[in-house]
Design a protein around this ligand. Structure first.
Ligand SMILES: Nc1nc2c(ncn2[C@@H]2O[C@H](COP(=O)(O)OP(=O)(O)OP(=O)(O)O)[C@@H](O)[C@H]2O)c(=O)[nH]1
Ligand SMILES: [Mg+2]
Length: 257
């Protein structure tokens, strides 16, 4: 359990949860997360009008965390006319920093593959170890991936090693998607891309601008409810992988961008 005494050097941490059809995952995720962090703390769900009614579950849950900003809070943005993972996180970052004045922002998948209890380890890497960006990593000592099959793990290995070769080894899990960062870093590096390639771009740019990256190991576990938005079939992996490779090559060619 984190020590609330640690909360002296920041005023608010906000975790953004981008959701599309995560009805059965979102409640346990929020409850486990909020049980493992000190106050004040905000969870901000960005839901793209999920047909399974994820947003309804969040609306109901939000009313039982009514003591924000003094205690822990849950807020919802239900987007009707927009869709997409990167744009959802971007929206969350904007709201977290400008509406709620968060100075540390984190985000993660909502399929319970990333343990909610590990979120505060990322935050502590910022508060206690002086990181500007903390990256949840499957590919450093202590981390691993027991969620994915052999094909997905091999593709992830190829993409990450290609990224390390061309962009450097400040990160070992360039496609992590499990991130905490100081607001100042997020203001200076807007997320670019449609899906997971934003993470390669963001980590590379943060490293190039001299921000301090710390990797925090985590164990990626299988989703137990709902459907994956990526791992539908080999074709889906390859078409997403193509964008990841294009992002790595663009960053390698253009050292300033
Ligand atoms: N708001 C929003 N969230 C999305 C969208 N697409 C995916 N997500 C969320 O993004 C996160 C990642 O999606 P996952 O289904 O876990 O897909 P993935 O992590 O790429 O694939 P796996 O490795 O199979 O888990 C989850 O929290 C999804 O609900 C979208 O269009 N809008
Ligand atoms: Mg996932």
């Amino acid at each position: 359990m984190p020590n609330p005494q640690d909360s002296t050097s920041y005023s608010l941490v906000c975790t953004i949860l981008p959701t599309f059809n995560e009805r059965d995952n979102i409640k346990p995720l929020i409850e486990r997360l909020l049980a493992s962090v000190p106050s004040p703390y905000l969870v901000l769900v960005i839901d793209d009008n999920s047909p399974d009614g994820t947003w309804e579950v969040v609306e109901r849950l939000a009313s039982s965390y009514a003591d924000f900003p003094n205690q822990k809070g849950v807020a919802l943005v239900r987007r009707i006319n927009e869709k997409g993972l990167t744009s959802a996180i971007r929206e969350g970052i904007y709201q977290a920093i400008h509406t709620y004045k968060a100075d540390i922002v984190t985000w993660m998948d909502c399929d319970l593959s990333m343990p909610p209890e590990d979120v505060f380890k990322l935050v502590q890497a910022i508060i206690e170890q002086g990181a500007d960006v903390a990256v949840g990593s499957r590919w450093v000592s202590g981390g691993t991936d027991i969620a994915h099959g052999l094909m997905a793990r091999i593709l992830s290995w190829i993409i990450n090693n290609f990224a390390i070769l061309l962009l450097g080894d400040k990160a070992h899990d360039y496609t992590s998607g499990f991130i905490a960062a100081r607001a100042e870093v997020l203001e200076s590096i807007p997320l670019r891309g449609d899906y997971g390639e934003y993470c390669i771009d963001f980590l590379c740019q943060a490293g190039r601008r001299g921000y301090r990256l710390i990797e925090v190991p985590y164990v990626c576990v299988p989703r137990t409810s709902g459907d994956s938005k990526t791992g539908i079939n080999l074709w889906d992996y390859l078409s997403k992988g193509r964008k990841y490779v294009a992002t790595i090559v663009r960053l390698w060619r253009n050292k300033k961008n």
